[in-house]
Design a protein around this ligand. Structure first.
Ligand SMILES: NC(=O)c1ccc[n+]([C@@H]2O[C@H](COP(=O)([O-])OP(=O)(O)OC[C@H]3O[C@@H](n4cnc5c(N)ncnc54)[C@H](OP(=O)(O)O)[C@@H]3O)[C@@H](O)[C@H]2O)c1
Length: 258
């Protein structure tokens, strides 16, 4: 029987591939047979991930890209298409977790978070969707957050622009999903709960009261472990989800259901 999760011969682009969830997903793509383009700002970190992928016998291209900078995204997408010729899978994962309430946030903070978390995704899609439509195949996976649908559980932690940007990602996902299914493109989003990464290790993981509240109010009783997001990413990235579009799956150990 055909393995519905097999990605052999596919080209996958991962933004924010230099650390955390994006790095883990890039390695999972290679493990399932895909060649990968790794995008982020830190070249050295990307090269370390690329070396691991090449050791697995897959191709890896690293491209320095600041997703908040339209020119940088344009040239990065051109470089990917020049190298691989086409793209099958786009994992829009790069993001920042700006803190603050509407009162605390500066306009610059707001714009930076929205430009990184949402406008960057729009730009990546803008440049890769035409080729996907032409080839009649594409899998787009947008990493939102459980904070698209719930506020942070700790009342001490306000992240109003983060909440806004992650909810906007789900809007983008819905609209694109409806437009492009006829072209063989599925567009879905994922809402991770708490996972340890550069984004969270020095803040949330070292904040005992936050961690206690999260664990006590999450049916799993713990944060997500390394690799626990990859099953959902691989599902949306493969033919296992060929009839699934515009969906948002929360991967949070039940944190959002209680
Ligand atoms: N960890 C969690 O608990 C959690 C929960 C919900 C949602 N998420 C989402 O998951 C995604 C990945 O986060 P993570 O937890 O893996 O955090 P992370 O380890 O901090 O990873 C963030 C990635 O985004 C990249 N990035 C940030 N700003 C960028 C920019 N302007 N241009 C290009 N790349 C940029 C970073 O690379 P460079 O610094 O090298 O550019 C890094 O590779 C984010 O969208 C985050 O909001 C995470």
């Amino acid at each position: 029987m055909k393995n519905l999760f097999d990605l052999t011969g596919k080209i996958a682009v991962v933004t924010g591939a230099s650390s955390g969830l994006g790095m883990s997903a890039a390695l999972a793509y290679a493990e399932y047979g895909a060649d990968v383009a790794l995008l982020a700002r830190r070249k050295e970190k990307l090269e370390q991930v690329a070396d691991k992928i090449r050791e697995m016998g897959r191709k890896a291209l690293t491209v320095v890209c600041d997703v908040s900078d339209p020119e940088s995204v344009k040239s990065a997408t051109e470089r990917v298409l020049e190298y691989y010729g086409h793209v099958d899978i786009l994992l829009n994962n790069a993001g920042i977790a700006t803190r603050g309430s509407v009162e605390d946030l500066s306009i610059e903070d707001w714009d930076k978070a929205m430009n990184t978390n949402v406008r960057g995704m729009y730009l990546l899609c803008k440049y890769f969707v035409p080729g996907m439509r032409e080839q009649k195949y594409g899998k787009i996976i947008n990493i939102a957050s459980v904070n698209a649908i719930i506020a942070d559980k700790s009342p001490l932690l306000a992240r109003h622009v983060y909440n806004s940007s992650k909810a906007a990602i789900n809007g983008l996902t819905l609209g694109m999903a409806a437009s492009y299914m006829q072209d063989g493109i599925t567009v879905n989003s994922i809402g991770p709960g708490l996972f340890e990464s550069e984004m969270t290790q020095d803040t949330l993981f070292k904040n005992e009261s936050f961690l206690n509240i999260y664990n006590a109010t999450t049916p799993a009783g713990r944060p997500g472990r390394e690799g626990e997001l990859n099953g959902t990413i691989l599902y949306f990235s493969s033919d296992a989800s060929s009839y699934v579009t515009g969906q948002y799956i929360v991967v949070d150990g039940g944190a959002s259901i209680v």
